[in-house]
Write a protein that binds this ligand. Structure first.
Ligand code: BT5
Length: 255
């Protein structure tokens, strides 16, 4: 990207007008050897992907729909930390660029109040126990107004322009994100997860809340009390027993 003073994040950009999803395009590019830090960006996605087969609404011109390729040399079980790192980098960028106070909802959503402004989708490509690459999909509602959201999202989604009243300069936003992500990522690769853990907890929507965690086998209710040193969510049930929550949908109760 012209004028961007990073070493690798955002130095190689593939920009499209309309695509089904930037995720498969980034996988294709990564498989062909695209360098770490490559960004695949589109103005519009006709089949934007959320997690677990869900749909990500990605209309033309109003959002930042991008997939970032990274090739971290870390053990496989640590790869979920990259989702938390990304959420921290997005949250910081939003705060610095727009002044909007955002919170991170475990593991992958950015919220303003009780509405979602961004979602992160991390997809892993690994061989045996080695990480080949990750494609980190980031969807940000930048300049969408209420009418841009379909009926079913109006009560649960928001955008940066709705919250700040100021149109987001998307190129400047992406450049700032690349700088912040690279600084966090370099620090993480050299010194480990501690800083991300602290930053994540400091702007968490989840910590302190009463949650219901559903997995295939069971349902757990309790208070989210923090992350462990690996980035796993710790939930304490009514009896005071602590449970580790790896990856599941967390619902929020009133207590
Ligand atoms: C996510 O999934 O939040 C991950 C979203 C990742 C999108 C990016 S865009 C660039 C890259 N290319 C892709 O194709 N995807 C990535 P999940 O946690 O499963 O949340 C999905 C749910 O969020 C949906 O079921 C809706 O309820 C809600 N949703 C859909 N579109 C939304 C939007 N634009 N804003 C807010 N909420 C939305």
């Amino acid at each position: 990207m012209a004028g961007l003073d990073t070493k690798r994040i955002g130095q190689n950009v593939q920009a499209y007008d309309t695509v089904v999803s930037t995720q498969p395009l980034a996988h294709e590019a990564a498989a062909k050897g695209a360098p770490e830090g490559t960004l695949v960006i589109a103005e519009q996605q006709t089949g934007g992907k959320g997690r677990l087969g869900r749909v990500w609404h990605s209309p033309k011109g109003t959002g930042i729909w991008m997939s970032l390729i990274v090739r971290p040399v870390i053990p496989l079980p640590k790869t979920p930390q990259m989702t938390l790192l990304t959420a921290v980098a997005v949250a910081k960028t939003m705060q610095e660029e727009t002044g909007v106070a955002v919170k991170i909802k475990w593991p992958n959503d950015i919220f303003v109040g009780d509405r979602k402004v961004c979602g992160v989708l991390t997809e892993l490509n690994a061989e045996a126990d080695r990480v080949n690459y990750l494609v980190i999909g980031i969807g940000i509602n930048a300049n969408a107004v209420a009418a841009d959201f379909p009926e079913e999202l109006r009560a649960i989604a928001t955008s940066l322009v709705i919250e700040s009243g100021t149109t987001v300069n998307r190129v400047r936003f992406i450049q700032r994100f690349c700088r912040i992500f690279e600084a966090e990522y370099d620090h993480y690769l050299q010194h480990g997860f501690d800083r991300i853990k602290t930053e994540w907890e400091a702007c968490s929507y989840t910590i302190g809340r009463w949650v219901t965690v559903k997995t295939i086998h069971s349902t757990l209710e309790g208070r989210a009390v923090g992350l462990d040193e690996e980035g796993v969510l710790i939930v304490e049930d009514a009896a005071g027993t602590r449970h580790k929550v790896y990856s599941a949908d967390v619902n929020y109760g009133a207590n």
